[in-house]
Write a protein that binds this ligand. Structure first.
Ligand SMILES: NC(=O)c1ccc[n+]([C@@H]2O[C@H](COP(=O)([O-])OP(=O)(O)OC[C@H]3O[C@@H](n4cnc5c(N)ncnc54)[C@H](O)[C@@H]3O)[C@@H](O)[C@H]2O)c1
Length: 275
């Protein structure tokens, strides 16, 4: 067996979904800095091409921009097929795309202050279609080629909220008014991502396809001070993550450094779930 260098992704191709979002860009940078050619995949082609170009200036490895909507079965199949006409194999898949009801209001249109008792089932299904079925679609489309090619690493981005329940008191302002509730859909979807991770790790281990989850904690993204205070008092390290704080974990899971690891959920949360 060829000797592989730990944390080295030279000659590998990595596809990242939701790649132009807050953490997606960081995953791309991490993979590219370790030597991978990155397929920057997200809803908007222009943004993907622009970010692939930006990445190219830092790490000239012929990165690719790709329009990819994870809710569309045939489009996922066609997009992955198109990439595989250009590259020999997709060695790493990072399933990062998700709808996340964030404090700072990104992707927040369909959420608002809806009490858990009133949470609409169509919204629940809409979130699961992106966060869970979307992950399944990409696992199937890319995994098929990984099996044919003799292996690969799939990284599913889950969340601490797939492991423990959200603390709804985080979202209450100092004056007692509530900003939002974290939705039941987000928690259910991220727990399902961890279950899918174990499922495919078990199913595909014999083909050399490793499947792991990465569960980030809350990321600093210019949230209001009261929220940061609420969040950090429940975090052992007393700080939110910076967007780049997951780079090491992504390279670890993608590379030979984690070759004996599959079906795991790597929690990188500053100690949130330890408290
Ligand atoms: N930001 C955090 O604090 C945090 C914490 C824990 C876990 N996470 C997880 O990390 C991942 C990235 O989060 P983020 O904070 O960067 O979110 P983000 O909203 O900045 O990025 C999400 C990306 O997913 C894309 N996307 C949404 N629907 C899609 C679809 N149907 N098809 C393809 N792409 C689609 C969006 O265009 C966007 O670029 C998510 O899985 C999220 O649940 C984030």
């Amino acid at each position: 067996m060829a000797q592989e260098v730990l944390f080295d992704l030279k000659g590998k191709v990595a596809l990242v979904t939701g790649a132009t979002g807050l953490l997606g860009k960081e995953h791309c940078k991490a993979l590219a800095s370790a030597g991978a050619r990155v397929v920057v995949a997200d809803l908007n082609l222009e943004s993907c091409l622009a970010f692939a170009h930006e990445l190219e200036q830092l790490f000239p490895q012929n990165h690719i921009g790709l329009a990819l909507n994870v809710t569309n079965d045939s489009a996922v199949q066609a997009s992955v097929h198109g990439v595989l006409e250009e590259v020999v194999s997709i060695d790493v898949l990072v399933n990062n795309a998700a709808m996340n009801d964030k404090v700072e209001g990104r992707n927040g249109e369909s959420f608002g202050i809806v009490a858990p008792v009133d949470y609409p089932t169509p919204t629940f299904n809409e979130v699961l279609n992106v966060n869970v079925t979307g992950v399944l679609r990409c696992i199937q489309a890319v995994g098929r080629s990984m099996i044919q090619h003799g292996g690969g690493s799939i990284i599913n981005i889950a969340s601490t909220y797939g492991v423990v329940a959200p603390r709804q008191d985080l979202y209450v302002r100092p004056d007692g008014s509530r900003l939002m509730y974290k939705s039941p859909a987000y928690s259910a979807s991220k727990a399902a991502v961890i279950a899918l991770t174990q499922y495919f790790a078990s199913a595909w281990g014999e083909y050399g396809v490793r499947v792991n989850a990465l569960s980030p904690g809350g990321v600093d993204n210019a949230q209001e001070e009261w929220f940061v205070k609420n969040y950090t008092q429940h975090t052992a390290l007393r700080t939110m993550a910076q967007p780049h704080d997951y780079r090491g974990a992504v390279v670890f899971l993608a590379s030979h450094a984690s070759r004996y690891m599959t079906g795991a959920n790597l929690i990188v949360d500053g100690g949130w779930t330890a408290m």
